[in-house]
Design a protein around this ligand. Structure first.
Ligand code: HEM
Length: 376
């Protein structure tokens, strides 16, 4: 795609492809021109309509600021640092369960359970329901049709049909959870949302569904992806694994460089609310714009020798967490979880290798750069 230009119109997908780092940053920063509300791409089912009401990832200001503000205090670096001992305890329990078994699947045993337990606890959801959360996330992401030669509108129609049954189950489950939180308020984030007021008004249950659903889904599968991707990257670069083992302070940079090279969300979507000039192209109002974080993160104007894994890059302004007003709310939590989990894993096991006699399974990378299976 990049050979066709850092910004170009794609006739088969019927959208504008944005592949350069400065251009992607501009799109994400200029939220008044490039709207996150892409809901009119295809007619939505009632189920998806309900889920989107509080899903502020897809909502523009001023509503976006109000909703995000309700959750932002729970995810500041300072607040999440307080979770470190608990995250370490959960990780240790998961590693204890692995013990000295010589053979494991990292996704099943650590990369999936850790972040889902953490986010479920924050939201007051029973962590024991996590097999169901995993099924929802798998269905949502693996059913998403991604044929790169189809127009985005046709893909959106197919996706809506495919994910509506899953969203129906998820809405019903979350509505029940929210009603319980109203009648028996606890100390979790859902209980706080139920009681929160914006301009003197409380949120209705239907607004909280997508809000909690967004945090539940965004709050775990991406971190699962990062844990698996980083272990795979270290396996492919044993010198880096040796360096981190010798100097644990290098781990954060290794995680950031893995996020750059294996960007969990490779592409974000926006819609122009008015005509715009970008990278020398004139984009008409109402156009779909695909922002390729995965390509921006390999832009040689910003990252010399971009395909090379180099944890010593400084600075490393990758866009894996997005940019602008929708910058990932959970980035401090994701970074903390990854540092603790990988730190403990590498300390406890002196020799970790990806198995060669069983397949490493990845998701469809058009939707997510993430592993479903990582046998070690
Ligand atoms: C937004 C990536 C972990 C919650 C985003 C966006 C990206 C992203 C690219 C911007 C989407 C856009 O602009 O359209 C990631 C990655 C993660 C991660 C790579 C792990 C390494 C988390 C976690 C949470 C979370 C752990 C949970 C608390 C959110 C929320 C938003 C968001 C709520 C929407 C923010 C807004 O619209 O204002 N994430 N995320 N993410 N992320 Fe994350």
């Amino acid at each position: 795609l990049r050979q066709r230009g850092t910004v170009h119109h794609d006739a088969s997908q019927q959208c504008w492809q944005v592949l350069g780092h400065p251009e992607a940053s501009t799109v994400l920063a200029e939220h008044t021109i490039f709207s996150s509300d892409v809901g009119d791409l295809a007619p939505r089912s009632a189920e998806i309509e309900l889920f989107q009401r509080g899903n502020f990832l897809r909502i523009d200001p001023p509503e976006h600021r109000r909703l995000r503000g309700l959750a932002s205090r729970a995810f500041t670096p300072r607040t999440v640092t307080g979770l470190a001992p608990h995250i370490a305890d959960i990780t240790s329990e998961l590693l204890d369960a692995i013990g000295d078994r010589g053979r494991i699947d990292l996704i099943d045993e650590l990369a999936y359970p850790l972040p889902v337990i953490v986010i479920a606890e924050l939201l007051g959801l029973p962590a024991g329901d996590r097999p169901m959360f995993r099924r929802w996330a798998d269905l949502m992401f693996d059913r998403a049709a991604t044929n790169p030669d189809e127009p985005l509108t046709r893909l959106a129609e197919a996706n809506i049909r495919a994910v509506t049954p899953v969203v129906r189950d998820m809405n019903a489950y979350l509505l029940e959870h929210i009603r319980r939180a109203r009648s028996h308020p606890g100390d979790d984030l859902t209980a706080r949302l139920v009681q929160a007021e914006i301009d003197g008004q409380r949120l209705v249950d239907e607004e909280i569904v997508g809000f909690v659903g967004l945090l539940l889904l965004a709050g775990h599968i991406t971190t699962t992806a990062t844990l698996g991707n980083t272990v795979l990257t270290l396996d492919q670069h044993p010198w880096a694994a040796a360096e981190v083992r010798a100097d644990a302070d290098l781990l954060p940079a290794v995680i950031e460089e893995s996020l750059r090279l294996r960007t969990p969300f490779p592409r974000l979507l926006r819609r122009t609310s008015r005509a715009a000039e970008l990278g020398g192209s004139d984009i008409p109002a109402g156009s779909m714009v695909a922002v390729w974080l995965a390509a921006a993160n390999r832009d040689e104007r910003v990252f010399p020798d971009p395909d090379r894994f180099d944890p010593h890059r400084s600075p490393n302004p990758h866009l894996a967490f997005g940019h602008g007003i929708h910058f990932c709310l959970g980035a401090p939590l994701a970074r903390l979880e990854a540092r603790i989990a990988l730190g403990l894993l590498l300390t406890r096991y002196r020799d970790i290798q990806v198995a060669t006699d069983a397949p490493v399974e990845q998701r469809d990378p058009w939707t997510m750069v993430s592993l479903n299976k990582l046998p070690l």
